[in-house]
Ligand binder design. Structure first.
Ligand SMILES: [Zn+2]
Length: 160
């Protein structure tokens, strides 16, 4: 496994719609493993393939709870409900944080690493992290959704 360099904004690959994965092979498994290692090393809760320079609809999310590591391949949000506003950051924007409003609850249709189609529900922070990563795969950055930027000084004791 390897730590991959993270692409920082601005970079064109962060703002394009990524290509669908068609080969569910060893290379994909290796990419998922490397992305996981890179995310952990960077202390992130999610990472999308364009953030490591790859034009592919692959993302992972791990918020450190019972849900474990969620692997998203060619994912889409097919249902949304409710609303939540909270702080968000991004590994491609070090030191930048802002308030983003997103649906509270989502239903996701995706493929797993073997190419099997699956659907699942997610709520609260997990749903936020998944939506942030799926946005990346569509070339959408969280900065386009920030309602209010929060400085690093204001981060301590922050409550939405
Ligand atoms: Zn991000």
């Amino acid at each position: 496994m390897a730590i991959l360099p993270i692409v920082m904004h601005p970079n064109a690959i962060l703002e394009k719609e990524c290509e669908k994965v068609t080969d569910f092979d060893k290379k994909l498994k290796k990419l998922l493993a490397n992305m996981y290692e890179t995310m952990v090393e960077a202390d992130g809760v999610g990472l999308a393939a364009p953030q490591v320079g790859l034009d592919l609809q692959v993302a992972i999310v791990d918020i450190g709870d019972d849900s474990g590591t969620v692997e998203l391949i060619n994912p889409e949000v097919i249902e949304v409900d409710g609303s939540q506003t909270d702080l968000e950051g991004c590994l491609s924007f070090p030191g930048l944080y802002g308030e983003v409003t997103r649906p509270y609850s989502i239903r996701v249709r995706t493929q797993d690493r073997k190419g099997r189609k699956i659907e699942f529900q997610a709520q609260a922070f997990l749903a936020r992290a998944i939506q942030h990563e799926i946005d990346h795969l569509n070339g959408i950055l969280f900065t386009s959704k920030v309602e209010k930027y929060i400085t690093e000084d204001e981060l301590e004791g922050y409550e939405a």
